[in-house]
Design a protein around this ligand. Sequence first.
Ligand SMILES: *[C@@H]1O[C@H](CO)[C@@H](O)[C@H](O)[C@H]1NC(C)=O
Ligand SMILES: *[C@@H]1O[C@H](CO)[C@@H](O)[C@H](O)[C@H]1NC(C)=O
Length: 476
Amino acid sequence: MLLLLIVCISLCACSPIQYTAAVVEYAPIAPKLQLYSREDASELMIRNLDNYDKITSEAKTRGAQIILFPEDGLYTPILSSRDFQLPFLERISEPGSNPCTEVQNFDSKISQRVSCMARIHQIILVVNMGEVVYCSKITDSKCPDDGRYQYNTLVAFDMDGSILQKYHKSHLYYERQFDAGDGEPKTFKSWFGVEFGLMICFDIQFQSPSRFILKKGTTDFLFSSWWVNMPPINYAVQNFQGFSYEHNINLLASNSGFTGRNSGSGIFSSGKILTSFYNPTKGPVTTLLISNVTTNPKQDLTSDKLFLENVKRVEHNPPMTSFSAFVPTSNSVHNFIQIAGDFKCEISCVIDRAGDGEVYASFASSGFGLKIFPQNICGVYKCGDDVKSCERILHNLIDVYPTVPRTTFKDISIMLSGDVQNSSVFPIVSGPLGSIYIDDLKTSAEWNKDGTKYHLNVKGREDKPIHAAVLFNVWK
Ligand SMILES: *[C@@H]1O[C@H](CO)[C@@H](O)[C@H](O)[C@H]1NC(C)=O
Ligand SMILES: *[C@@H]1O[C@H](CO)[C@@H](O)[C@H](O)[C@H]1NC(C)=O
């Protein structure tokens, strides 16, 4: 019997582990854009934490072992100045300490509440919090002029309330209230044996920290975000799915439930959606998503995908773009070659049924989208009501009022080549209002054998109009 147990335990160590995870799309109670006292700021954050408590309790009842909350979930991103943000920050002690059971000699109301919540519900609790680290120019030349670092921090608390790990967001998205972290990969091993890497929002589009987390052999990511949806090309869920597909990993993604502008959460396993949610309305919605997740120990850790940081590349800012608008007709074929800088895309669309008067565009863009996104993108998307809107979408990467497509496709093929060898590509396919995902259609997306061409092929369905099909090449 003992022998059997030993055999089983050693077997389990190298076979997949199943765990139950919860992600929360949470609509925070928002502060006003004004200077708060620490007391009032704490009071507002505690009201959000009261909601976290109820949600965590429900998740635990439904079997969750780990729960993740979104970025800025305690105060929203509205406090866009360092001084406005400060009352919402606190010192957060280092991994290993337990804010619930240990007396701290500084104000740690928020850490304490979260730590005790993890302890009461006996769950690993991962929460995005604001952190302040005081510094002095005398000992640290990088210390900001106001004498403090302000970090957008993801903190994981163990079942006993102790801090497992914390991570500082390293790619800020127009966040003047925060300082960027150093991009060091931060991971922790859970009691159920799964190692998790931590990542926040805009980080997903850069090589750090994800590449370094992957290199450590970590295959499960906790990703907290306040995503800005850019329909039709870049919706949250499609992007997260693309990341999970590309890296063959589990991604637990918890996003803001503030409005449909930001919505889109889920749990993704090697590009498959285990559970997901998208709120297309302008109102706030809070949703708890729970799924069993199985680790993928067979992940090919030897494949060291380039994010092209070593490749000399002209950084076009604004990006180089090329596009052609076209009006699909039923059963027609449209072929395009779009070239932007060193980036080339051969695009072919076979239309099934054309939506009356709808305009689509094929495109390629290389450089910094919206000044800050380092990316190569190409593909097809549905424009607004006229040809002019095609260009507007391309330059702003967004259709502010996305129109619902009616055109269905038999086949879409996008072949990417140029200065992109073996680099990281997220394949993204979307339908009306962010519906449709790569696993809804017969989709293949992969590099050819010698790593010189990436091919996305989508077999459309007559009941699934397509809003956009794009390849998103992350190169920095
Ligand atoms: C997870 O799997 C267990 C059995 O392995 C099952 O009892 C439970 O209902 C599943 N939970 C979810 C959320 O699917
Ligand atoms: C791409 O990766 C494959 C497999 O590792 C390798 O054989 C090939 O030489 C690489 N190609 C380029 C252009 O780097």
